[in-house]
Structures are given as structure tokens and as C-alpha cells.
Write a protein that binds this ligand. Structure first.
Ligand SMILES: Cc1cc2nc3c(=O)[nH]c(=O)nc-3n(C[C@H](O)[C@H](O)[C@H](O)COP(=O)(O)OP(=O)(O)OC[C@H]3O[C@@H](n4cnc5c(N)ncnc54)[C@H](O)[C@@H]3O)c2cc1C
Length: 404
């Protein structure tokens, strides 16, 4: 693998090294394209690697891609784009098998995948790699990309995108100043903006500091269309105490494996496995009406009663979460934990078609930067899936576009 590009011209330029950018880069590279993968800081830095809970795909005997699609449409309150949802759910099983071929070892039990039911889902559909699913997926994709001929441009922050003679010209801020890359096609995979948005609002966020959203603005300036950009998602279960866990996203799988939300009186006040927006709103309302609790440092919260999780489920599917809390002096299997919603995900983004092409010819988008697949309210586990399904599609289509 070359770390220094031999030229500033490539067939395909991918911007961003999260799951979607890596999937696109692997896919374009395997299609035979000369690929450059540019990323703001290091190759490892992204939100995707922080994802713990899992990835959805209809593998259960009582499940199907159609039922998965119905769950997505219902959770989005009818705002998701049906054509994109159909692609997402029908290609989900193949995407899982592709990840397995690249080395991702999904947790298994009783001869099949260990499937959990996540918020808004009517079936058990969430595959997991313990509770480090995003880490496992990004590592496998990185290894696959680095084993090929693709180039890595680390510490390249995109600052501008402009049409060129035979494609697009991308300008970057680098450690040494600035650089420009020409490409027949570009895949934008630079994620969402919830870290920056939380800073502006003075709130906590689960996001990586690189989630600042400037690439969406750059695409807008180049003429791309966006949708649902105002629809930001709160993760219902941000860690609220101890202070070292503030902003930590307590995996939704805690609730899939039996944890429930309780108010100050110990009463359950909502369906703990409802869609994310409904559960977050129920917590906000409970606190608003004075039935919440207060953390030792004065923050609003409710209880997540994790003591109901069976030891075996916790050890198989929540080991990282347990380690983090126990390391901070709290055993979630012995006592409930403080939780409050925290800014987590950008639901909307660049308008794309089924091939992941934006409204700009030769510019593709995948992952959190793209809009439509989740409408205004994403279900848990569908983002890593979107990254894989549409990342693969974007990489392949970009390679074809670069040669056309
Ligand atoms: C804590 C946490 C837990 C989650 N858990 C789950 C889960 O269990 N299941 C699930 O499906 N989803 C989960 N999600 C959501 C999901 O992980 C993300 O939405 C998804 O991985 C985003 O992938 P991405 O490739 O679009 O962006 P990211 O992974 O955020 O990657 C974006 C990349 O773009 C780079 N970049 C940014 N700006 C620029 C620039 N100007 N120039 C160049 N590069 C740039 C960044 O450095 C980064 O490499 C979770 C998210 C978080 C934060």
C-alpha cells in the first residue's frame, strides 16, 4: 500500500474513513479503480468505530426484508424514501455476508446469529460483535483497503469541491499547508455534525470530535441538494453519571436485553423499546413534569434499570459497557444507572438516488452525510447497515462513472 500518492489524479476520491468511506473505497478499489481515501485526521478517527450496539439484517425465521422495511418506514413516521429503504433492507443479508468475508465475526448462539430486538423493530434483527460492532467492522474494512493498491491521504481535510475538466477537483487543508486532488468521481462519506452542533448548543454528544459537518456545507456550495438537515436525533440513553461516562452512549442493547426506564418513583413511564424519538421525548417530558432524578452534579436524568439484564446476556453482548461502568465504580447489574438523552445522529443529509449519487453528477454520498434512508428518525442498527450497503454501491458506481 502506498502512503504517498504518486500523482494528484485518481479515478475515485473518497472523503472520510468511517464505515461508509471504507466500504466505498474497498468496493471501488476491488472494481479496479485507482482510489484515494482522504480523511481529516487519522484513518482510524471516526464515529463508526465507536458504534457498539449492532447492525440490522433480517435473518430471523419470522423476519424478512419486507418486514424490516415496514419497521423503517413506521419508525421514520413515513418520511423515509421507500426506494432507498428497499435497497437497504433487501441488501442487508448480502452486506452481512460481505463483512464476514472480510473477517467480521458476528456473535453467534444456537447455531445462528445472536439476534436482539432494537427500538422500533417488530422482530429480533440486530447482529452484534459483542458490544464493539463498529470497531470490528471498521477494522475489517481498513485491513481490506490497506491490503489493496489504494492510497491513503491522512490529515487531508476537504475545504472545497469544484468541477474539473474530467470530473472534480478537491482542495484540502493538510499538515503542510494545502493540496489538490483531481478525480473522475468523488464519494463524500464525511459523516454528520452532531459534535459541532452539541458544542453550539452547550450539550453533550456521543460523537467523535471530527463530526463537524463542513463537508455537507461544501457540497451545498457546489450545488448539491439536501433534505431533513434539521432533523437531529437524540440517543435516549446518554450516560449522565459518573462524570467520566457523561456523553457515553449506553448501548440500546441494554434495553433489548431487558433494561427499562424508570422515574424517580421507580415507575416505568414509557415503552423502553419504542422508536428513538418517542423514547427520548418521554424522558424529556418525565423530567419536565418533575418526575426525573438529579445526578450528583445537578444534571437532569431518569433511571435505566440495568439490574434486570441477565448475567449471561451482559457478559456476551455488553462486556465493554460493563467494563466502562465498573471501571468508573458502578456495577450496572447491581444498581440502576443515571441516563438522559444526548445528541447523537444527523438523520438528514445530501439527497441521493439508489446508486448513492447526489444531485451533482459524479458526486456520490453514503453514510451519515446522506439523507433519505432513515427519513427524519433513524432506527438503531440501520446506520452501520446503510454505511455498508450504500458504501458498497457508491464505490462501485463511482468507479463506473469515472470510466464513462
Ligand atoms: C457512540 C456511537 C454509537 C453508535 N452505535 C451505533 C450502532 O450500534 N449501530 C448503528 O447502526 N449505528 C450506530 N451509531 C451511528 C453510526 O455509527 C454512525 O452514524 C456511522 O458509523 C457513521 O458512519 P460514516 O462513515 O457516515 O461517518 P463517520 O464514521 O463519522 O466517519 C466520517 C469520516 O469523515 C472524516 N471527515 C470529517 N470531515 C472531513 C473533512 N472535512 N475532510 C476529510 N474527512 C473528513 C472523519 O474524520 C471520519 O473519518 C453510533 C454512533 C455513535 C457516535
Amino acid at each position: 500500500m502506498q502512503r504517498v500518492p504518486p500523482a494528484t489524479s485518481f479515478d475515485v476520491l473518497v472523503v472520510g474513513s468511517g464505515a461508509s468511506g471504507l466500504a466505498a473505497a474497498v468496493s471501488a478499489s476491488r472494481a479496479g479503480a485507482r482510489v484515494a481515501l482522504a480523511t481529516k485526521t487519522t484513518l482510524q478517527a471516526c464515529n463508526s468505530a465507536k458504534a457498539q450496539g449492532g447492525i440490522q439484517a433480517a435473518f430471523g425465521d419470522d423476519d424478512s426484508p419486507e418486514i424490516h422495511a415496514e419497521d423503517v418506514m413506521r419508525s421514520s413516521h413515513g418520511t423515509a424514501e421507500p426506494e432507498l429503504v428497499q435497497v437497504l433492507t433487501s441488501e442487508a443479508p448480502a452486506a452481512i455476508h460481505w463483512l464476514e468475508e472480510l473477517g467480521v465475526a458476528f456473535t453467534r448462539s444456537n447455531g445462528g446469529y445472536r439476534l436482539a430486538r432494537c427500538g422500533g423493530a417488530s422482530r429480533k434483527r440486530l447482529l452484534q460483535v459483542g458490544d464493539r460492532t463498529g470497531h470490528a467492522i471498521t477494522k475489517a474494512l481498513r485491513d481490506a483497503y490497506e491490503a489493496g493498491a489504494g492510497v491513503v491521504l491522512a490529515h487531508h481535510a476537504l475545504t472545497e469541491l469544484a468541477p474539473g475538466a474530467s470530473g472534480w477537483i478537491a482542495s484540502f487543508r493538510t499538515k503542510d499547508g494545502a493540496s489538490r486532488v483531481e478525480a473522475g468521481a468523488v464519494v463524500l462519506a464525511a459523516g454528520g455534525r452532531c459534535f459541532a452542533e452539541a458544542e453550539t448548543r452547550g450539550e453533550l454528544s456521543t460523537n467523535h470530535p471530527n463530526a463537524t459537518g463542513e463537508v455537507t456545507r461544501i457540497a451545498l456550495e457546489a450545488g448539491a441538494e439536501v433534505r431533513d438537515l434539521d432533523a437531529l436525533q437524540y440517543h435516549p440513553n446518554g450516560g449522565a453519571w459518573p462524570s467520566t461516562m457523561q456523553g457515553y452512549s449506553i448501548p440500546e442493547t441494554t434495553r433489548a436485553y431487558g433494561a427499562v426506564l424508570r422515574n424517580a418513583d421507580g415507575a416505568e413511564f414509557t415503552d423502553s423499546l419504542g422508536p428513538r424519538d418517542a423514547v427520548s421525548q418521554a424522558i424529556f417530558d418525565e423530567v419536565e413534569t418533575g418526575k426525573g432524578v438529579t445526578t450528583p452534579d445537578g444534571r437532569p436524568a431518569v433511571w435505566l434499570d440495568t439490574t434486570r439484564i441477565a448475567l449471561e446476556d451482559a457478559e456476551i453482548s455488553l462486556p465493554y459497557m460493563l467494563r466502562r461502568y465498573r471501571g468508573a465504580g458502578i456495577d450496572p447489574l447491581e444498581e440502576p444507572i443515571y441516563t438522559y438523552p444526548v445528541l447523537h445522529y444527523q438523520n438528514g443529509g445530501l439527497v441521493i438516488d439508489e446508486r448513492a449519487e447526489t444531485t451533482l453528477e459524479g458526486v456520490f454520498a453514503c453514510g451519515e452525510i446522506a439523507g433519505g434512508t432513515h427519513g427524519r428518525n433513524r432506527m438503531m442498527g440501520n446506520s452501520l447497515l446503510e454505511c455498508t450497503v450504500f458504501g458498497r454501491r457508491a464505490g462501485k458506481a463511482a468507479a463506473e462513472r469515472a470510466w464513462s
